[in-house]
Ligand binder design. Structure first.
Ligand code: SF4
Ligand code: SF4
Length: 110
C-alpha cells in the first residue's frame, strides 16, 4: 500500500491552532502532547521588514488518524483547517503539491 502523509502549505497558515485542538480532541492526548504543533517563526529583513510565519510541525505521535481514514474520513486536522492549507494523501500526491507551492512542507510520520 502507498505510504501516506500530510502536506502543509504554511504560507497560508493563520496560526489559528484548530489543527492542534482537533488532533487533541480526536486522540485525547495528555497535556503537552499532540500529533501536530504550530510554531510562530519571526524573521527580519533589514531595514524594515518583519515576517511572522506560522509553521505547523507534525510530531511522532501522529498516526495520520488511522481510525478516521479507515472509515474514509479525512484526518481531524485536515477537516478543521479553515485556511484549507492541509492535505492528506499519498507521498506521490503530496510531492506533486509540493512542487507547486514553495512555502510548504510534507510530513510522512511513519
Ligand atoms: S493526521 Fe490526525 S494524528 Fe496526525 S496531526 Fe492530524 S489530527 Fe493529529
Ligand atoms: S488549522 Fe490550518 S490555519 Fe490553523 S494553525 Fe493549523 S494549519 Fe494553520
Amino acid at each position: 500500500m502507498a505510504r501516506k502523509g500530510l502536506f502543509i502549505e504554511w504560507e497560508y497558515c493563520t496560526g489559528c491552532h484548530a489543527c492542534e485542538v482537533a488532533c487533541k480532541q480526536e486522540h485525547n492526548f495528555s497535556e503537552g502532547n499532540c500529533g501536530v504543533k504550530v510554531y510562530e517563526v519571526v524573521t527580519t529583513s533589514p531595514p524594515d521588514k518583519v515576517y511572522v510565519d506560522f509553521m505547523p510541525v507534525v510530531t511522532r505521535l501522529c498516526d495520520l488518524c488511522a481510525e478516521r481514514t479507515a472509515r474514509g474520513e479525512m484526518p481531524a486536522c485536515v477537516k478543521h483547517c479553515q485556511a484549507l492549507c492541509m492535505k492528506y494523501g499519498t507521498v506521490e500526491e503530496l510531492a506533486k503539491a509540493l512542487e507547486k507551492s514553495p512555502r510548504s512542507s510534507v510530513f510522512v510520520p511513519h
